[in-house]
Design a protein around this ligand. Structure first.
Ligand SMILES: NC(=O)c1ccc[n+]([C@@H]2O[C@H](COP(=O)([O-])OP(=O)(O)OC[C@H]3O[C@@H](n4cnc5c(N)ncnc54)[C@H](OP(=O)(O)O)[C@@H]3O)[C@@H](O)[C@H]2O)c1
Length: 204
């Protein structure tokens, strides 16, 4: 599949590396020439171009810039799967949402016509390349209203070694996003580092 990753930072580069094994990746950047210095071997285009020529779009920009990045897509996201990986923090790295709306639902309101799926936000970027820590697959919690879109994202997560867990409709992103903050608190607040992640343990 042709996948556009909007952003050229930590998540974009690690997720892009993982997905490039079996997909064609194009990065969408505000400044492709500058971004090329960071990712010299990558196919980098303007955000609009990358979005319009791809089947799936991964929005990998900071939460506070998601709205601008969606605007830059110039409706290139319409009818497509749009994966939101964001952890909604404000400029002071504090929780930017209440519990009556998630960033994913807010993004869906701006990206009208896109099939928004929440995924990957509870895994540190460094661990996205393999989706695992040692032999332990990391859980990625997935939410979305379009079952087919969700199933495609579940397959993508499996293809890079993660353990996808379907949490339900997009509204359930309200539960998934605070788990991202918990991970950040453990990694940075409690200084456990980024070599940690979540696993869902099941009986049987
Ligand atoms: N880092 C993690 O471990 C981690 C884990 C899970 C989820 N997340 C989430 O993933 C998202 C990206 O995080 P990150 O760590 O990859 O951030 P990052 O390294 O700072 O990269 C963010 C990228 O977003 C793009 N960007 C910045 N401002 C933009 C704007 N106004 N419009 C469009 N694009 C803009 C930039 O690309 P260009 O300069 O090329 O445009 C930049 O490379 C965030 O929402 C974060 O909460 C992060």
């Amino acid at each position: 599949m042709k996948i556009a990753i909007i952003g050229t930072g930590n998540v974009a580069s690690n997720l892009g590396a993982a997905l490039s094994n079996s997909n064609e990746i194009v990065y969408g950047s505000r400044n492709p020439a500058e971004a090329k210095a960071k990712l010299p071997n990558a196919n980098i285009k303007r955000i609009e171009e990358a979005a319009k020529e791809s089947e799936i779009i991964i929005l990998a920009v900071p939460y506070e810039h998601a709205k601008d990045a969606i605007k830059e897509m110039k409706k290139g996201e319409e009818g497509k799967i749009l994966i939101d990986v964001s952890n909604p923090l404000d400029k002071n790295r504090r929780w930017a949402k209440g519990f009556s709306e998630s960033a994913a639902e807010e993004i869906a309101k701006h990206a009208k016509g896109a099939k928004v799926v929440k995924a990957f936000n509870t895994i540190f970027a460094q661990n996205m390349k393999t989706g695992a820590l040692g032999s332990e697959k990391l859980a990625t919690f997935i939410a979305g209203d379009d079952e087919q879109a969700k199933s495609t994202v579940i397959d993508l997560a499996k293809s890079i070694g993660m353990d996808p867990v379907d949490v339900g409709t997009l509204e359930k992103a309200r539960f998934i996003e605070p788990a991202g903050l918990l991970l950040i608190e453990l990694g940075y607040g409690k200084k456990m580092g980024t070599g940690i992640g979540f696993k869902l343990v099941k009986s049987q």
